[in-house]
Design a protein around this ligand. Structure first.
Ligand SMILES: Cc1ncc(COP(=O)(O)O)c(C=O)c1O
Length: 415
């Protein structure tokens, strides 16, 4: 027993529905209602839970009796968010963490030891490269960084007996490169390793990595799951054995837990996830097509475009959608001009928010080389294909014409 099961009647209407569609699970999958019969999910803003007596407290702390004891271990609102996310990802369990990076930290702490080896795409989010490569490198975990798209490089990097994890992010941030989840899962399993997929860009509304063989799905709930830029959150989704058997005990000690309030925000955010992601993805495709023909734009990176090198794979893995994040290179003669033009374009916007987040209903614009990937060395950035003229757009829910007009203000003088 792990103390995570919610008390109450498991047959209550919102706790059932094994055969419901994802859209229904997103609004109906919840922990049972309290005795007050609240319609919206309750927020349990409490750090600890009363125990009936000393004997029962001892049994719950020892894990011999189900029940909540302390919110670092478990909390009903957090459990509700975990249930809903697991239902959407199609996994047995989910474990919420304080942020997306917190989820990767917990993953590494829970599954690896000194001497173990990880293979990771060199195109993943900058902080992920720092954390897996540098921080865990100091604790004796080695990492080989490989091409996002060339499965042969992943295979060549495997060290049988030592490689424990393959870590992929697809589509990648910010270039939208797509890796073949099924191919990487087969490589991982042949070598006795697990495949972890960061599913931030698509969210389960578009992509369920475990249906292609991934073992663990990682989330930054800060992105589409919340969807309105309100809170940091993260999660790991997988089998009960991995999540509750292996990772939960480590979280209990490490304290990388999600606040009930933040869990509640994400829980409510997920109710509109599918509608938002589909609408934002449709706008992103329209914007990508427009940018592609713009004379001031050198190249657009968006898996929804037929010209994208992994377009066919993306359509198979991502429910036929490109997602709501795209990036593009402004046309320029050299790196210095590229940076100046990228900055000028960002500064010319009045609608797009100049901020590094994405997955928000508000369109965001950022210069990855100096923000999200600014801590990487020039060599790491070049290897990841992130140039000085690259701009990333997290497409929101504004009218597409308004977004285009906002970008045109900066692009027109460069054309
Ligand atoms: C792809 C990806 N993974 C992980 C993270 C980290 O998530 P968080 O900011 O919630 O820690 C981010 C943040 O931007 C991201 O873009």
């Amino acid at each position: 027993m792990n103390g995570r099961l919610p008390p109450g009647d498991p047959g209550a209407p919102d706790a059932s529905g094994e055969d419901w569609h994802p859209e229904t699970l997103a609004v109906r999958r919840s922990t049972p209602r309290t005795a007050y019969g609240e319609h919206s999910d309750a927020l349990f803003l409490t750090s600890s839970f009363l125990q009936a007596d000393a004997q029962s407290a001892a049994a719950r702390f020892a894990g011999d009796e189900e029940g909540y004891v302390y919110s670092r271990f478990s909390n009903p609102t957090v459990a509700g968010m975990e249930m809903r996310l697991a239902a959407l990802e199609g996994t047995e369990c989910a474990l919420a963490t304080s942020s997306g990076m917190g989820a990767i930290t917990l993953l590494m702490l829970g599954l690896l030891k000194a001497g173990d080896h990880v293979v990771c795409s060199r195109s993943v989010f900058g902080a992920t490269i720092k954390l897996i490569g540098d921080v865990f490198g100091r604790f004796g975990v080695e990492c080989s960084f490989v091409s996002q798209t060339d499965a042969a490089e992943w295979k060549a990097a495997l060290r049988p007996g030592r490689t424990r994890l393959l870590f992929a992010e697809t589509p990648s941030n910010p270039l939208g490169e797509v890796c073949d989840i099924a191919a990487l899962a087969a490589l991982a399993h042949d070598c006795g390793a697990l495949l972890v997929v960061d599913n931030c860009f698509c969210s389960p509304a578009l992509q369920r990595p475990t249906s292609f063989g991934a073992d663990i799905v990682m989330h930054s709930g800060t992105k589409f799951l919340d969807g309105q830029g309100r809170t940091l959150a993260g999660a790991l989704c997988g089998t009960r054995e991995l999540i509750e058997g292996t990772l939960l005990p480590v979280q209990r000690s490490a304290g990388i837990s999600l606040s009930p309030f933040n869990a509640w925000v994400v829980l409510k955010g997920m109710e509109t996830l599918s509608l938002r992601v589909h609408a934002q993805s449709a706008r992103a495709l329209e914007l990508a097509l427009w940018l592609q023909q713009h004379p001031a734009v050198a190249r657009v990176h968006y898996p929804g475009l037929v010209s994208h090198p992994q377009h066919a794979l993306a359509m198979r893995q991502q429910s036929g959608q490109g997602g709501a994040v795209l990036s593009f290179d402004v046309a320029a003669a050299d790196a210095q001009q590229a940076r100046e033009r990228a900055f000028a374009l960002i500064d010319a916007t009045r609608l797009c928010s100049i901020t590094a987040n994405f997955g928000d209903t508000r369109t965001t614009i950022t210069h990855p080389a100096s923000t999200s990937h600014g801590r990487l060395s020039e060599q790491q950035r070049t290897a990841a294909g992130i140039g000085q003229g690259l701009i990333r757009i997290g497409v929101g829910l504004e009218h597409i014409s308004d977004i285009q007009a906002d970008l045109e203000r900066g692009l027109a003088p460069m054309a």
